[in-house]
Design a protein around this ligand. Sequence first.
Ligand SMILES: NC(=O)c1ccc[n+]([C@@H]2O[C@H](COP(=O)([O-])OP(=O)(O)OC[C@H]3O[C@@H](n4cnc5c(N)ncnc54)[C@H](OP(=O)(O)O)[C@@H]3O)[C@@H](O)[C@H]2O)c1
Length: 390
Amino acid sequence: MRPDMTRQTPRVGIAGAVGAVGAAVARAVVDAGLGTVRLGARRPDRLRPLHAALQRHAGPAGSADPVEVAELDVDRPGELDRFCAGCHVVVNCVGPLVAPRTAVAAATWRAGAGYVDPGGDEALARALRGQRRPEHSTGLVAVGVTPGLTGLIPRWLAGLGLEPPLTLTGYVCTQEPMTPASAAEFLLGVGTDGESGAAWRAGVRVLGDLKPIPRTELPFFPGTPTAYPYLSAETEQTARALGLDEVRWYHLFESDGQVLPALGRLAEQAHRGEPLAGLAAQLANASRIEMLGRQPLQQLAIQLAGRSGGAPAHRVAVLRATSTYDLTATVTATAVEALLAGTVPPGVHTAAEILDPALVPGLAARPGVAGWHVLEDALPSYASIEQGAL
Ligand SMILES: NC(=O)c1ccc[n+]([C@@H]2O[C@H](COP(=O)([O-])OP(=O)(O)OC[C@H]3O[C@@H](n4cnc5c(N)ncnc54)[C@H](OP(=O)(O)O)[C@@H]3O)[C@@H](O)[C@H]2O)c1
């Protein structure tokens, strides 16, 4: 049954709703009043606490329950079709360890709904573009922090009155226990989605141009992390879209932690074809050990440098989140809102290439965001600022 987009209360299906992102997306969708949520899980009994919390959040006793609960194993096609029927949007929070996302997207489109995936990358977008789908169907992938906001924020900064030549510098720090699906996605991305050590210069990817910077001190980031240069497909796409002259992009890791040493070895094993679930479990475990006794840190500092009035000028965005999962869910809920509003054209897109960058500052007031600042001096000039001074 195809939902009538114009007359019904929108229904948003969330596959993998007990997961870290799935549960947070459910909260964000209800919080934003976007409609009814249909929570899908292999064991629906595990959804009880979330269901109860969403009911409390949604309104006084006696008001219509905005939450439906369904048994869903995405590897069972009949169950998947029943889950998608009647949904306006289906958010796939199951990740890469199970049924191919192409199958979940196909079921979504058969039901006449829009497909949203907080994970995936340009390669997933290409795979979805290559499959048969109804003429007016829509898919949005890579709708999270990285990828997602890491492509949208530079696009937003580019609208703040800078003239070329433009240079982008990004630092992304995600230190939080990894979930199984997120660890698997991370392993899949390393080396296939981008290039370690690559920079962008004058319209081309320059391999091996940048070296890791061990034990560095960076404005707004605590401690002395290791900055690992990585040019992802998303950042390359951003560079092309904005006509950037140079890009240097780094992921920050705990210098004495467990994740960085494990990552290279596990990614190598993943690319040799060893079973992903076991490797992802090892990476998730390394992140849990690394995080023992520590607070999660999700922070981005992104600088676009150019010229203004004939003089060098800078725009720097600093974003701090309570959790990468909550912030991803906020971005995903924003994408769901855009789909429901009909502002996303048919086709399969990554979030960064299709969502309006103007929505970025509005995220500051949404769940998961602990701080959002826009500064106008070059990043290094903030080097003497103490942690927490912003
Ligand atoms: N772009 C970004 O910045 C970003 C950041 C974080 C996450 N993500 C993406 O968000 C997605 C979810 O990540 P997560 O951290 O929430 O992972 P997670 O906590 O491991 O959740 C995955 C969920 O999928 C469920 N699941 C597994 N197999 C299933 C099946 N056959 N049928 C139905 N449900 C199944 C699991 O339920 P069980 O309990 O039954 O196993 C679990 O609840 C991933 O694609 C990840 O890459 C993106």
